[in-house]
Design a protein around this ligand. Structure first.
Ligand code: ADP
Ligand code: MG
Length: 735
């Protein structure tokens, strides 16, 4: 009998070579193979009479071979076979199919499945699937067909693997055999109470039915992955992930935190620094953060807000709460430039109230660094700003109360997961007072010695849709800044074909003459970096010499020397460069309010998230801003949808949702390894409802009455959870 944990190479029909191919699909065990679900189904149920066929439909036909032969046209060999039912005849054709040459003998019975098309007034089956039914005829033939895996039933269609070496048909047969040999004692690890509440199928039955649906199954539910079998398997996967997250949340709440006091004096101190009226969203999120800070366990909160939504102010307000309570605050930025940016705004906003702020960057002189470290260790520095790397590694605080992690970009997701991986705890870098970063590999924060854990606030500019955030950041509470500060003039976005480039350049010239600055962005995105960069440089030459000979045009790209890059950026910031021709390097961290125009060439080649980030560089000043998406040649349907979305909205969340729908979560976050959990059967977009359900049930199981779940069930669920976490996140240290 086949056990779920059996390595897949020992499954019948698979050896070491095929196992290698399967490994590329993440299939290592029999269980993985059984969870390789069909991505769609074909209804090959009811055999049809030839006379009833209609052009355009998919149909199953049982018929007898009459004649067959190979025809060579000028373009390719076409194999043609005529099948008959009594006097009715049906032509079947296969393209490029010399291999079928001696396949059919007149008189053989066949089951055929394929698309019916009309050609010169005659119906034919194009590229049908077929299966021999031997010499049987009439009812016997139908009986034979019923035993077939290919015809006469709802047939599962699998994604092929190994460049087509393992076909859908191969998966059908192999998974079928695995199911037939599967141990009848498949363990059930979902607690009975949950199973009953949701009326879930037993695991074995779910696996059978998801691969081989019964004839009465709703086709609609099958295609939407919503049959009871699908629901059981998807829910199961999400349930154990959510169980792990829920346990993590509990564990965090069980730790000793700092009970910051939020009294009138602290409130006054906050009010004093405010340079403008906070937006409603800023007020609300601060309230959520402050409520966390007052609690006796450590805060673990995510502050999510699109670029420009005003996260910094909220962070500073939270910092004041900690400082006024006599604690120190660390603010970590992803890059030195952004750390510097924070430092300047902190000095503007916080220094007038007398708060002592230091900036700790890698480029400081050794002596200066040592001095700053001393201030931090002695507690005279109240707000410490630096890069992640710097603060994580070697800083000792006298009394650290709050850590603010500014992720800024999607790369942050990855970094946070690395952090988790290291220590099994978010922002563990921050966990021990006076010994940041010394926790070492795999060490867990100690929490039994009476020292309170600092609070952690993670800020991200990635507009992650809520359901995803619940999974990615499921161990954090979430606050959303969903309102922009007032006084922003919306960006006007247009798309034009490059045949109108002259008009575009004329518009740019007009804007620049009126005193604004402009970006012209070229795609240099990776795969064809070499040639793309060449094209961009050529265009730069043309723009600077021919199109704008009288304006100051400069170029900025990733291969440039860092010093030169900085110099160009400074000149642009000072307004001495009027038009900046750039590759996507400007995506991160550039803030020039006077830049009011952005032309994106070959806009059809950029991803949606990238276009959004790029556009975020303009619309930062008082002047009306324009984003011109220039396209070249034929634009694919998908690119069309991306451009449409850009023209329609500037809302990062809407764009993220769309992007996610179009590309799927793996792509959305860059590579799969970028910290995005890789699910076996669940799909975070399609299965949002089940994710919510799983979250609810996980919480219920943990906090529910003891009678609901037995110790054995708990143990089994925890074991299952660890296995799943290992698989999904590559982590074991959960719960
Ligand atoms: P982000 O969320 O991208 O970090 P910032 O905190 O840098 O955004 O804020 C973007 C800009 O908006 C800054 O120039 C900031 O001074 C300004 N800002 C923030 N909050 C408000 C507000 N309530 N009213 C007006 N301007 C604000
Ligand atoms: Mg910011």
């Amino acid at each position: 009998m086949l056990e779920p944990s059996t390595p897949v190479q020992y499954v019948k029909g698979i050896g070491p070579r095929i196992a290698e191919i399967l490994a590329t699909k993440g299939i290592a065990t029999a269980d993985d193979l059984l969870h390789y679900l069909p991505f769609r189904y074909e209804d090959r149920l009811n055999p049809r009479g030839i006379a009833e066929l209609r052009a355009g439909e998919m149909a199953t036909v049982i018929a007898e071979v009459r004649t067959s032969g190979l025809f060579r046209t000028r373009r390719m060999p076409i194999f043609q076979m005529t099948a008959g039912q009594g006097r009715a005849r049906l032509k079947c054709i296969w393209f490029n199919a010399a291999y079928l040459k001696d396949k059919f003998q007149p008189g053989q019975m066949l089951a055929l499945y394929g698309r019916v098309e009309e050609s010169r007034g005659e119906l034919q089956l194009v590229q049908p699937q077929f299966e021999f039914l031997g010499e049987a005829e009439g009812e016997a033939a139908e009986q034979k067909a019923a035993e077939s895996l290919e015809i006469g039933r709802i047939v599962p269609i699998y994604e092929s693997a190994g460049q087509g070496r393992l076909t859908s048909k191969w998966f059908r047969r192999t998974i079928r055999t695995a199911l037939e040999n599967l141990t009848p004692e498949l363990p059930e690890s979902i607690p009975a109470a949950v199973r009953q509440r949701l009326d879930l199928l037993p695991p074995r039955e779910a696996l059978w039915k998801v691969h081989w649906p019964e004839a009465g199954e709703s086709f609609h539910h099958l295609q939407g992955s919503r049959t009871p079998a699908h629901i059981r398997l998807i829910f199961e996967e999400l349930f154990f992930i959510e169980l792990g997250l829920e346990l993590k949340r509990r564990e965090q709440k069980a730790q000793t935190g700092i009970e910051f006091e939020l009294n009138d004096r602290v409130r006054e101190a906050i009010k004093k620094i405010l340079p403008f009226h906070p937006t409603g969203a800023q007020k609300r999120t601060l309230k959520e953060i402050a409520a966390d800070m007052e609690k006796p366990y450590p805060m673990r909160r995510l502050l999510q807000g699109d670029v420009g939504s005003g996260k910094t102010l909220v962070a500073f307000e939270a910092a004041i709460i900690a400082i006024e309570n006599g604690y120190q605050v660390a603010l970590m930025a992803p890059t030195e430039i952004l750390a510097q940016q924070h430092y300047f705004s902190a000095r503007q906003i916080l220094e007038p109230s007398g708060y002592r702020i230091v900036l700790l960057t890698g480029s400081l002189e050794q002596d200066r660094k040592r001095e700053i470290r001393r201030h931090i260790a002695q507690g005279s520095a109240q707000l410490v700003i630096g890069t992640h790397a710097l603060i994580e590694q070697k800083v000792e605080f006298e009394k650290l109360g709050l850590v603010i992690v500014d992720e800024q970009h999607r790369f942050g997701v990855l970094q946070r997961f690395k952090l988790m991986k290291k220590s099994g705890e978010v922002g563990d870098a921050t966990s021990r007072r006076a010994s940041l970063g010394r926790t070492g590999e795999g060490a867990r924060p100690q929490m039994d010695n009476g020292t309170a854990e600092p609070d952690v606030l993670v800020m991200t500019a990635t507009p992650i849709p809520r359901t995803l955030a619940l999974t990615l950041y499921g161990d954090l509470d979430i606050s959303v800044l969903d309102e922009m500060p007032p006084g922003r003039t919306p960006i006007v976005t247009r798309r034009v074909g490059d045949e109108r480039a002259d008009e575009v350049w004329q518009f740019v010239r007009k804007q620049v003459t009126a005193g604004h600055q402009a970006y012209v962005v070229y795609p240099v995105i990776g795969e064809n970096e070499e040639t793309e960069l060449k094209a961009a440089m050529k265009m730069y030459g043309e723009l600077s010499k021919k199109i704008f000979p009288n304006l100051n045009v400069a170029v900025l790209h990733g291969r440039m020397d860092p010093d030169l890059k900085e110099q160009v950026m400074r000149l642009f910031q000072q307004g001495k460069i009027q038009i900046l021709v750039a590759t996507t390097v400007i995506e991160v961290g550039v803030d020039v309010p006077n830049a009011a125009v952005m032309v994106i060439e070959h806009a059809e080649r950029f991803g949606l998230a990238q276009l959004h980030q790029l556009r975020g560089r303009i619309g930062r000043g008082a002047a009306k801003s324009y984003c011109i998406l220039m396209t070249s040649g034929k634009v694919s349907e998908e690119a069309e949808r991306r451009l449409d979305a850009m023209v329609r909205t500037t809302d990062g969340f809407q764009i993220a949702e769309l992007d996610l729908e179009m590309r799927g979560p793996g792509e959305f976050f860059g590579t799969r390894q970028a910290g995005m959990p890789s699910f076996q059967v669940a799909n975070l977009i399609r299965d949002r409802d089940l994710l919510e359900l799983a979250r609810k049930e996980a919480a219920a199981v943990i906090s529910g009455p003891n009678s609901e779940i037995s110790q054995t069930e708990i143990d089994r669920a925890l074991w299952q959870m660890r296995t799943r976490w290992q698989k999904t996140y590559g982590l074991v240290e959960v719960g």
